[in-house]
Design a protein. Structure first.
Length: 327
């Protein structure tokens, strides 16, 4: 099945949709570093580096899925929550592409703040516009921890489809108890011979708070505001920064480690082979702002089953394909 993805970022949603059997006709991203990350890992993809407003939906008429993680600042409790008055609100552009491309299905994700009562009229306007285009839609808050990701990370998900398809759609169910931070990161913490790795992993028994990447103007290579850093400290992690390497053999056993970029990516559900372009702050921002691949895979699989059911066939399962860059 074919996919047009907007606001693709560093490929979290892209990976999940690929796992679910979708082939990208185009990935759209405005920031240069994430575009280089996509090129590094998927050199055969067609990538539009620029504003989504430059994309003509009619060039993708009849595509199976229009997907995207539209910018969250207009709805985030960490921002001013300007909603439709925020110039970064790209829901109108997503709806424009739906009208022009007429995809069989639509998947858009955002922060949980969009589900608040404050934005009820805005959500209703989106549903009404989709209805006028012949689409039924549903919203749902999904927690990444329900899909094997060791952090809470709630996201507000919109799935829409042409009426003949949407009646077959079922939201994916929880996959069971997620691994703990310690279970996920122990191999990376122990890699360079740290004697305290096993003790540390035994103490990091919970899931982490939501990892926040921030923006170009705000946010740096740390694990978030004071409350988040306190939650990380309770898991035995120093959240005031990102380390260049895991603890080594010379590190004291009772050391409180910081996470590396590789560890943060693992907590987001990225496979270890996925590489991120750029310096530490740029790479961390890409990782922290990503849609966890396992969550995108679960939703993508539900959409795939919906569309395949409408066509009277079952899609072939696709394994996650990861391309290693030379060097």
């Amino acid at each position: 099945m074919t996919c047009l993805e907007i606001c693709a970022g560093a490929g979290g949603q892209s990976l999940g949709l690929e796992t679910a059997g979708f082939r990208h006709e185009l990935a759209v991203e405005i920031e240069p570093e994430p575009c280089e990350t996509l090129r590094l890992n998927r050199p055969d993809w067609k990538i539009h580096e620029g504003d989504v407003r430059e994309v003509r939906g009619r060039d993708f008429r009849g595509i199976d899925l229009l997907a995207g993680g539209v910018p969250c600042p207009p709805f985030s409790i960490a921002g001013h929550q300007l909603g439709a008055d925020d110039e970064r609100d790209l829901f109108p552009e997503a709806l424009r592409l739906v009208a022009q491309a007429r995809p069989a299905a639509v998947l858009l994700e955002n922060v949980r703040g969009l589900s608040s009562a404050r934005f009820a009229p805005y959500r209703q306007s989106i549903l009404e516009r989709l209805d006028s285009l012949g689409y039924d839609a549903d919203w749902q808050v999904l927690n990444a921890s329900e899909f094997g990701v060791p952090q809470l990370r709630p996201r507000f998900i919109l799935v829409a489809a042409k009426r003949r398809h949407m009646r077959r759609f079922e939201w994916p169910g929880a996959k069971g108890t997620p691994p703990t931070v310690g279970e996920t990161l122990y191999p990376l913490m122990a890699r360079d011979g740290w004697s305290g790795a096993r003790r540390w992993a035994g103490g990091a028994k919970g899931i982490g708070p939501t990892i926040v990447g921030g923006s170009r103007k705000h946010g740096g290579p740390d694990l978030g505001p004071t409350r988040a850093r306190a939650s990380w400290l309770a898991l035995g992690v120093d959240g005031k920064g990102i380390a260049d390497a895991p603890p080594g053999a010379e590190t004291p056993a009772d050391f409180t480690p910081r996470l590396t970029l590789e560890m943060v990516a693992a907590l987001q559900g990225f496979p270890p082979e996925w590489q991120f372009f750029g310096r530490k702050t740029a790479a961390y921002r890409q990782i922290g702002n990503a849609f966890p691949p396992p969550v995108a895979a679960a939703i993508g699989a539900s959409i795939s089953r919906m569309l395949a059911g409408a066509r009277g066939s079952v899609p072939r399962r696709h394994a996650l394909r990861v391309v290693k860059a030379a060097g």
